[in-house]
Write a protein that binds this ligand. Structure first.
Ligand code: HEM
Length: 472
C-alpha cells in the first residue's frame, strides 16, 4: 500500500542508495553486519535516508537529535512489519500489535507489572531470591572454568516466570529447559540470513525448508505450554487474590466480557505472556553475560566495584534496589556496559502512523522505519570516547552518577521497552550479588579477551567464553 500511495504522488522519501528491481539494496546490506552497513550508508546519505528491502522502502533514522525528534509523540509509535514474528504471533500480543489492541495490552501490562512490584518490593524479592539461587549454583562449579550462558538464561528467565506463571522453576525442570532452549533457538535464527529472506519473501519461504520452519513449530509448542498453564490458572483462580500476571489477565477478561471493544481475549493473553517471556529473557541475560566478559577484561573496574559493594553493602546482607542511590560507580558501569554492547542496534521496526512531514521529507503512512540505536549510543557528539569502554561516560568530576540523554538502549517514547524497570532492577541485583560473593578470574590472558560483539542481524552477542568464580 505504501508503494501504491507513492505512485499516487503521496510522499517525498529521503534519498538513499539506488535500489535494484525486486532485490532492493540487498547487495549493500551485509546480513551479519546489517547495522554496520547501515551506519556506513548514513555517512554518505546523512542521518535520514531510505533503503529498499526487496521492493519495500524502509526509512532509517540515525543520531540522537533525529531520534529525539522522531520518538517524541505518536508519529512513529506503530510497530513495523516483522513477517516471522507475525507468522508466530499473528497480530496479537503487545510486541507485534498496533492501534487500540496495542494500547489496551501495553497499558495493562505496565500497570500489572507495576502492581506486582516492577518498581516495588515484591519483584525485588523475587530477583533477590533468584540471585541467591544463582550464587549457590555457581558455587557448585568449585572455581573451575565454565561457560556462564545457561546459568544467566535460567536465572533471568525464572524472574519473568515467577511474574507471569506465579512461580520459579527448578533449574533442572525439563519444561523449563524446553522454554529456554526454544527461545534461544528463536533468537539465534533472528540473527541469521533466514530471517532476512523470510522478511523479503514470506510467501515463498513458507514453502521452503530451513531453520525458520523449526522455529515456527517450536513456538507453536511454546504457545501450547502457555495455554496449559492458563488452563491450570483458570481451574485454581481466586479473583480476590491474583497470584501473577495470568491471574490478573483472567480477572480483566471476566470484567470486560460484555465490552465488545475489549482486547482481553484468550489469544491476547497467550501471546502477551509469550511476549513478556521472550522480551524478558534473552536480552537481559545476554547483557549480564556480556557485562561479565567486559569486567574480566578490565580488572581495575572490577576492583572498584568490589570496593563500592564492600563499603555500601558489606557481606552480611543481600543487595537491595535502594543501594543504587549510594552506588554511583556501579550504576555508571552498568549504564556503560549497556551503551558499549549496544545490544539491539536497530531496536525493533516501527511504522509511520500517518503521512508524516519529517524535516524536508514526507513519509507515507505505513512506511517501515528503523531507529538506529547504535548511532545514538555511539554518537560522538554525546560521548567523549564512544569506541572505548569507559564508565566515566556516566560519572561527573566528583564521582557522582551523570545522566546522558543519548542513553537509549531501551529506545524512547511511547513504544519504548516496557520492561525497562524490571531489566534495570535485574541488572543491578544480579551484578552486585555475584560480585559480592565472587572474584572473577579469566582462564585466558587478558590481552586475548575480545570484547567486540559477534553481530547477528537483530542483536549483538559476546564471543563464547568461560571464566572461574573464586568465592570471596
Ligand atoms: C537489558 C534489557 C532490555 C533491553 C535492552 C530491551 C530493549 C528493548 C527495545 C530496544 C525494544 C524495542 C522498542 C521499540 O519498539 O523501539 C523493546 C521492546 C519490548 N521489550 Fe524490552 N528490553 C529489555 C528487557 C525487557 C524485559 C525484562 C521485558 C519484560 C518485561 C521486556 C519486554 C519488552 C516488550 C513487551 C517490548 C515491546 C513493547 C511494545 O511494542 O510496546 N524487555 N525492548
Amino acid at each position: 500500500t505504501v508503494l501504491k500511495r507513492m505512485k499516487q504522488g503521496v510522499g517525498k522519501l529521503p534519498p538513499g542508495p539506488t535500489a535494484l528491481p525486486l532485490l532492493g539494496n540487498i547487495l549493500q546490506l551485509k546480513g551479519k553486519e546489517l547495522f554496520r552497513s547501515i551506519l556506513k550508508l548514513s555517512e554518505k546519505y546523512g542521518s535520514v535516508f531510505t533503503i529498499y528491502l526487496g521492493s519495500e522502502p524502509v526509512v532509517m533514522l540515525c543520531g540522537y537529535e533525529v531520534l529525539k525528534e522522531a520518538l517524541n509523540g505518536d508519529d512513529f509509535a506503530a510497530r513495523g512489519s516483522l513477517p516471522l514474528l507475525k507468522r508466530i504471533t499473528g497480530d496479537h500480543g503487545v510486541i507485534n500489535s498496533n492501534g487500540e489492541r496495542w494500547k489496551q495490552l501495553r497499558r495493562f501490562s505496565i500497570v500489572t507489572l507495576n502492581n506486582f512490584g516492577m518498581k516495588k518490593r515484591s519483584i525485588e524479592e523475587r530477583i533477590q531470591t533468584e540471585a541467591q539461587f544463582l550464587v549457590e549454583e555457581f558455587r557448585k562449579n568449585k572455581e573451575q572454568p565454565f561457560d556462564p550462558t545457561i546459568f544467566f538464561s535460567r536465572s533471568v528467565s525464572n524472574v519473568i516466570c515467577s511474574v507471569v506463571f506465579g512461580d520459579r522453576f527448578d533449574y533442572e525442570d525439563t519444561n523449563f529447559l524446553f522454554l529456554i532452549i526454544t527461545l534461544d533457538d528463536l533468537f539465534h535464527i533472528l540473527g541469521t540470513v533466514w530471517v532476512q529472506l523470510y522478511s523479503l519473501f514470506p510467501n515463498v519461504m513458507e514453502y521452503l525448508p530451513g531453520p525458520h520452519k523449526k522455529v515456527v513449530k517450536d513456538m507453536d509448542q511454546l504457545k501450547v505450554f502457555i495455554q496449559e498453564r492458563v488452563k491450570m490458572h483458570q481451574d485454581t483462580l481466586d479473583p480476590n487474590c491474583p497470584r501473577d500476571f495470568i491471574d490478573c489477565f483472567l480477572i480483566k477478561m471476566d470484567q470486560e466480557k460484555e465490552n465488545p471493544l475489549s482486547e482481553f481475549s484468550m489469544e491476547n493473553l497467550v501471546t502477551t505472556t509469550f511476549d513478556l517471556f521472550a522480551g524478558g529473557t534473552e536480552i537481559t541475560s545476554t547483557t549480564l553475560r556480556f557485562g561479565f566478559l567486559i569486567l574480566l577484561k578490565y580488572p581495575e573496574v572490577e576492583e572498584k566495584l568490589h570496593e563500592e559493594i564492600d563499603r555500601v553493602i558489606g557481606q552480611n546482607r543481600c543487595p537491595s534496589i535502594e543501594d543504587r542511590n549510594a552506588m554511583p560507580y556501579t550504576e555508571a558501569v552498568i549504564y556503560e556496559i549497556q551503551r558499549f554492547i549496544d545490544i539491539v542496534p536497530l531496536a525493533l521496526p516501527r511504522a509511520a502512523t500517518r503521512d508524516i512531514q519529517f524535516r524536508q521529507y514526507v513519509i507515507p503512512k505505513g512506511t517501515t522505519v528503523y531507529t538506529v540505536l547504535s548511532s545514538v549510543l555511539y554518537d560522538p557528539k554525546h560521548y567523549q570516547n564512544p569506541e572505548s569502554f569507559d564508565p566515566n561516560h556516566f560519572l561527573d568530576a566528583n564521582g557522582c552518577f551523570k545522566r546522558n540523554d543519548a542513553f537509549m538502549p531501551f529506545s524512547s517514547g511511547k513504544r519504548m521497552c516496557l520492561g525497562e524497570g524490571l531489566a534495570r532492577m535485574e541488572l543491578f541485583l544480579f551484578f552486585t550479588t555475584i560480585l559480592q560473593n565472587f572474584d572473577l578470574k579469566s582462564d585466558i590472558d587478558l590481552k586475548e579477551i575480545d570484547v567486540n560483539p559477534e553481530t547477528s542481524g537483530f542483536s549483538r552477542v559476546p564471543h563464547p567464553f568461560s571464566f572461574c568464580l573464586l568465592p570471596r
